[in-house]
Design a protein around this ligand. Structure first.
Ligand SMILES: [Zn+2]
Length: 176
């Protein structure tokens, strides 16, 4: 980790602190381009948006996938006050961002956060109706795979529409 990394990481922590002081949950993140330019920053707005997914990492990953060409996204770093949770980590992987630098690890976060009850279990009941579901997927034209390896000067093509079963992630990592 370079001195510049630490500088940007401190900015993410400052965003988290401001969010926490304003009644939001204390998580903050920013994206920094290859030339050291801050592209965008945000903090957790789960409370004010009444949105359980309003984690800064997820919001920035969505922004990156929407606004950055793949080669630019790959050269962009996310700095974030806490190791991204599984939801955000998946979005980051799909966004094409190339690097994440975080302050608190998931384990460290667990040590310092207030005690909260575990999430209730969810029953996943399936698979079923393979013949029907399989047809729905097979009959879809193959234009929905992944962002193409275009350059920033080319038209950005972004479509990502698969079931999410292609990339396993670690479970039980709380955070931003
Ligand atoms: Zn998250």
């Amino acid at each position: 980790m370079t001195p510049d990394d630490e500088k940007f990481l401190r900015s993410a922590v400052e965003l988290a602190s401001k969010a926490g002081m304003s009644g939001e949950r204390p998580f903050g993140s920013l994206l920094v381009g290859a030339d050291g330019t801050v592209l965008i920053e945000d903090h957790n707005t789960v409370v004010s948006d009444a949105d359980i997914t309003a984690h800064p990492e997820l919001k920035l990953a969505r922004w990156a996938a929407r606004e950055l060409a793949p080669d630019v996204a790959a050269a962009t770093t996310m700095f974030t006050s806490c190791q991204p949770c599984p939801m955000c980590a998946t979005a980051i992987a799909r966004s094409g961002l190339g690097r994440v630098v975080y302050a608190l690890s998931a384990e460290q976060f667990e040590q310092v956060k207030p005690a909260t009850p575990p999430l209730p279990p969810v029953l996943y009941d399936g698979p079923a109706l393979f013949d029907v579901a399989d047809t729905a997927v097979r009959d879809t034209p193959r234009r929905w795979t992944r962002r193409l390896a275009t350059t920033s000067s080319q038209l950005k093509v972004v479509v990502g529409m698969n079931c999410g079963a292609d990339r396993p992630h670690k479970a039980n990592i709380p955070g931003g």
